[in-house]
Write a protein that binds this ligand. Structure first.
Ligand code: EPU
Length: 328
């Protein structure tokens, strides 16, 4: 039995993580903490640190593979931190300035917005907001800026931390500022100009995203919707979107090094499409995806990833770097 600890938020001992990642593999966390507010997350993180636990933050689990077996320490999930707000009075008494406490904001139901869609096209969103839901809000309001994230799973916090996105756009395209819990335990509000996001990297130096102010541009609803439909259609053709996966496994290598070939292309050229370990399979549709075809274990998925990496290195001399995060 784990010893009793009075956490500053709801907590589960020995919690199954496999259903909390999109690959559906992995073991159990010693502790799973479920803060509902940014201030609770901060308190939970401090409590875990004071008790000497290794602490990790779990968002939508869309770009994460958790190893089998017990995961010691604390996992803080942002699942319950999923509120999204609009500023009530544009300009005056702005709720979004850097001194405003994220927790003090009152949720405003989207269908009862006191603002016209053409006014102040910004959202304040907490880290646990699902990206698909946020994309849906911008579609409904006819705001442009997040179309490139259509079909991207996961939550805003992870999206910002890893600069999730693809060919049509990235999360940071719409970030005006971000509220983080820095590794030194301080909460900081960073303006876009203070940050330097890169390809698949929010470059936040290990800080935990609590929430962000997102800025869009007012456009025509039909136009935004159409762009999203086009991107989604293209994505459906190219990627195994309906299967259980962690998205792209490897980063695309330097174009000069690979002669312009993407990771998926390199893996396909090496003949690895369809290769299997247990129920883990290199997708036939897109070779940079490993899909869980049934009851794959994390060891199958991780073993297959190393097999593919070794094969590509042997045949091309290129060592692919994983994009997906791995917790062991
Ligand atoms: N290709 C192949 N075989 C394959 C897969 C791809 O030959 O099995 C070729 C394609 O035909 C294309 C090229 O490789 O000519 C690039 O493929 P694709 O357009 O699918 O893009 P990608 O570079 O593989 C990137 C992101 C995706 C994102 C898409 C679309 C990376 C590592 N991947 O994929 O992101 O969805 O663009 O915008 O940057 C993710 O991050 O999890 C992810 C899936």
């Amino acid at each position: 039995m784990p010893r009793a600890i009075f956490w500053p938020c709801p907590a589960l001992a020995d919690a199954d993580l496999s259903r909390r990642t999109t690959m559906n593999v992995g073991g159990r966390a010693q502790w799973l903490l479920e803060p509902a507010y940014p201030c609770e997350l901060v308190a939970a993180w401090h409590a875990a640190r004071e008790l000497g636990f290794e602490t990790r933050v779990l968002g939508g689990g869309a770009n994460l593979i958790v190893a089998d077996g017990p995961l010691p320490g604390v996992v803080v999930t942002t699942d319950r931190m999923s509120r999204v707000f609009r500023p009530r009075v544009p300009g005056a008494g702005d709720l979004l300035d850097e001194d405003a406490e994220l927790d003090e904001l009152q949720p405003i139901l989207m269908e009862r917005l006191p603002l016209e869609r053409t006014e102040d096209p910004r959202l304040v969103a907490w880290a646990g907001c699902g990206l698909p839901g946020l994309v849906g809000v911008t579609r409904m309001l006819g705001w442009t800026g997040f179309e490139g994230l259509v079909g991207v799973p996961g939550q805003l916090g992870g999206g910002i931390a890893m600069n999730a996105g693809g060919r049509w756009g990235e999360t940071w395209d719409a970030v005006e500022s971000v509220r983080v819990l820095a590794p030194d335990g301080e909460v900081r509000h960073l303006a876009r100009a203070q940050c330097a996001p890169r390809y698949r990297d929010g470059a936040l130096g290990g800080a935990i995203v609590l929430g962000a102010v997102l800025r869009f541009r007012v456009a025509e609803c039909a136009e935004v919707k159409e762009r999203m439909q086009t991107f989604l259609r293209e994505k459906n053709v190219a990627q195994p979107v309906t299967e259980r996966s962690s998205g792209c496994i490897f980063k695309n290598p330097d174009r000069e090094l690979s002669g312009g070939r993407s990771a998926g292309r390199l893996i396909e050229d090496c003949g690895a499409k369809g290769r299997r370990r247990g129920d883990a399979e290199v997708s036939e549709k897109h070779a940079n995806f490993v899909v869980n075809r049934g009851r794959a274990r994390a060891s199958d998925v991780l073993g297959l990833i190393e097999e593919v990496r070794a094969l590509v290195a042997e045949k091309t001399g290129i060592r692919l770097e994983t994009e997906v995060k791995i917790w062991r």
